[in-house]
Ligand binder design. Structure first.
Ligand code: UFG
Length: 350
């Protein structure tokens, strides 16, 4: 797929956090996003860069109709369930949506000869076993997911790889590390319900719009005792999808690529960055560890550079947190009943 060839891209889950940022990046690059989403966790207000199709990824007829109606030439498949804790309680749902839904997307693509897929995978495919706990993670490291969520992402990758081999599809699975931040315009950003991620919860706590933050454990074997994560700006992540769409892969080619900065930041460093961004201390208390949290998840991002020609351009925690704060204060949050528009920020006038 050549750079410069305009693609009509079906973006499943394009009304969600990373999907909406990617739809914007596709549009700005001259491609045409067509968002396909059942709005179970995404927001209609976040669909702004092309047509919207309300549909479920398990509805194969609806998928093929959308491909036909819009002349789709490639798919970026985000739609899926993401909460690790819920996956432990409801593995049935995660296998149905994340694996069954991916099978539906692949079947629709095959029925309509759509040749290129980019898939939302996750660092959750690695788990902790079989590697040096603090070393950057490479794609060839052992895969031992520690949750049904990670199991379903790994199964999705394997299903896709098998389709590539058997049917000539070409695909890139992007293994995200910790997506964070927001578009600098402040018009789209993270709005999960319930929110479980560190940066939005710390900002809400700092602004007095949420409960004080609980820091999940400070007795890990890491430099300051708190967990290390590789926070990747959502706009960098969106750019990685565009690069994956355009990467010169042969028919039948499959690549799985880490998307991170290569820098680990501790929970305490994140809290300090939020303190600085807000100009006040973030209320927090140390609590027990959260089940399943590994001490360190940091990417070795060198394959993303060699395979996709992509590197993170906004690795600074200051920029990531600053953009997240701008989004939390944006008036888009203040106008309506659902989380995307619900007022999360008490002091928007600051
Ligand atoms: N944390 C807190 N308090 C909170 C929330 C988080 O201390 O209230 C800590 C966590 O213990 C962890 C760090 O902040 O050390 C980051 O936690 P997040 O919940 O923001 O993100 P995770 O690293 O747990 O999860 C992310 C993605 C998952 C993905 C996983 C890959 O959100 O979808 O990375 O392993 F599965």
């Amino acid at each position: 797929m050549n750079r410069g060839t305009r693609q009509v891209v079906l973006v499943t889950g394009g009304a969600g956090y990373i999907g909406a940022h990617t739809a914007k990046a596709l549009y700005e690059r001259g491609h045409q996003p067509v968002v396909y989403d059942n709005l179970s966790s995404g927001f209609r207000e976040a669909v702004r860069w092309g047509p919207f199709v309300h549909g479920d990824i398990r509805d194969r007829a609806r998928l093929t109709d959308a491909i036909d109606a819009h002349g789709v030439t490639a798919v970026i498949h985000f739609a899926g369930l993401i909460e690790v804790g819920r996956s432990v309680a409801r593995p049935d749902l995660f296998w149905d949506v994340n694996v069954g839904g991916t099978a539906g997307v692949l079947e629709a693509m095959r029925a309509r000869n759509v040749p290129r897929l980019v898939f939302s995978s996750s660092a959750a495919v690695y788990g902790q076993s079989g590697r040096d706990a603090l070393a950057p993670i490479r794609e060839a490291d052992p895969k031992a997911p520690s949750s049904p969520y990670g199991d379903t992402k790994l199964a999705g990758e394997r299903l896709i790889e098998a389709h590539c081999r058997a049917f000539g599809l070409s695909a890139v699975a992007l293994r995200y590390f910790n997506a964070a931040g927001a578009d600098p315009s402040g018009g789209i950003g993270e709005a999960h319900e319930p929110e479980t991620h560190l940066i939005p919860l710390a900002i809400a706590a700092g602004l007095g719009a949420g409960s004080p933050l609980t820091l999940f454990g400070d007795d890990f074997d890491t430099p300051d005792g708190t967990c290390l994560r590789d926070y990747i700006h959502v706009c960098d992540l969106a750019a990685a999808h565009v690069a994956a769409l355009e990467a010169p892969l042969p028919a039948g080619g499959f690549e799985a690529v880490n998307v991170g900065t290569g820098h680990g930041r501790s929970v305490r460093e994140v809290i300090q960055a939020v303190d600085r961004a807000l100009g006040r201390p973030t209320p927090h208390a140390v609590g027990p560890r959260r089940a399943g949290d590994p001490p360190s998840l940091v990417a070795d991002p060198s394959r993303a550079r060699s395979v996709l020609g992509w590197t993170a351009t906004r690795p600074s925690l200051e920029e990531i947190v600053g953009d997240a704060v701008r989004w939390e204060r944006h008036p888009a949050y203040g106008a309506g009943p659902r989380a995307f528009r619900a007022p999360r920020v008490a002091d928007a006038a600051e």
